[in-house]
Design a binder for this molecule. Structure first.
Ligand SMILES: [Zn+2]
Length: 322
């Protein structure tokens, strides 16, 4: 079964006019960025700050109430240096790039480490990026180079209050532009996303879901609505131990219950490496009823697209819910 399912999945990718990649924590973890664990990367990145502030993981390091902004930016600098400054596309990123080569595609992610952007993939970062700041008056501040300079001064022992960045435009204080009460989604990215969805609304769109948990409502739910609203669309999901394929989409879905890197390797090469694959399922009863129900909720594809975009805008103001 797996071999024929793999063949079919590769055919779907080949036939697709466009690919919308949706990615969340699972993808970041496969690249060595784990927000939730005390691991070697975390300790190497933050160094003595781990014990000094008793930080259990990266997520806590971002939300910790440091005694001064210097310490906060010291932490940002160390994180950016370790995870971004010397970043080269990881093996899993390279496989994804290989799979998307020559396609019209866009990545829709809640990951905040900025790797898709660094690897040169067009992306909508719905929860922001830790390489970007926002000032108290809402101006955007690019922190990539600033954080590198902060890191260098941190290492040299010369980091002082004077190095805490202020907004170029208004002189206001700066914090990271991540999901939270002051978060402002990158409008250029939203426009590009909207254009992508609009130009592909009548074409064969493939949604390729990478490492998104079954209960993720930020991307999973609206992307499922997209697939439901476009009968030319297909859906491939990769998630080890946490596949969640909605019944109304099962006839147009293939699930890989497998490690991301392994599944992408199979999709790229066609070699069966042992991934457990769930083929498309015939919908029992009257699939027509499902279609009718979807149409009642989302009367047209355009309305559906607007719903997805407005859902992103709304969620932009949300706290990071984990
Ligand atoms: Zn400002």
């Amino acid at each position: 079964m797996s071999k024929s399912s793999l063949k079919l999945a590769r055919k779907w990718i080949k036939q697709a006019d466009a690919v919308l990649v949706t990615a969340s924590n699972g993808f970041a973890i496969s690249e060595g960025v784990n927000l939730f664990t005390d691991n070697q990367n975390f300790r190497q990145a933050l160094g003595n700050m781990v014990t000094k502030y008793r930080l259990p993981n990266l997520l806590s390091a971002f939300s910790y109430d440091y005694p001064h902004d210097v310490e906060r930016f010291r932490m940002y600098g160390r994180v950016a240096e370790f995870y971004n400054y010397s970043y080269h596309a990881s093996p899993v990123m390279q496989k994804l790039q290989g799979l998307l080569a020559g396609k019209d595609y866009l990545v829709w992610t809640s990951n905040t480490e900025g790797h898709f952007k660094q690897a040169g993939l067009p992306v909508l970062e719905v929860e922001g990026s830790w390489l970007e700041g926002i000032c108290q008056n809402g101006d955007h501040v690019d922190l990539k180079n600033i954080l590198h300079e902060i890191y260098q001064k941190d290492q040299a022992g010369t980091l002082t209050v004077a190095d805490v960045p202020l907004c170029d435009i208004c002189g206001g204080t700066v914090k990271l532009n991540l999901a939270g009460p002051d978060f402002q989604i990158n409008q250029t990215q939203v426009d590009a996303f909207q254009n992508f969805i609009t130009r592909n609304q009548n074409r064969k769109l493939l949604v390729l879901e990478l490492g998104i948990g079954a209960h993720n409502q930020l991307i999973k739910a609206p992307s499922m609505q997209l697939v439901a609203g476009n009968h030319n669309s297909r859906y491939i999901t990769i998630n080890k131990g946490e596949l969640n394929i909605p019944a109304n989409l099962a006839a147009r879905a293939i699930g890989f219950d497998a490690d991301l890197s392994l599944a992408l390797e199979e999709l790229l090469t066609g070699n069966d490496l042992g991934a457990k694959i769930i083929p498309p399922q015939e919908v029992k009863g009257t699939p027509h009823e499902d279609t009718k129900l979807i149409k009642q909720i989302y009367p047209s594809y355009t309305a559906n697209t607007l719903l997805v975009v407005s859902s992103i805008k709304k969620r932009g103001a949300w706290y990071l819910k984990l």
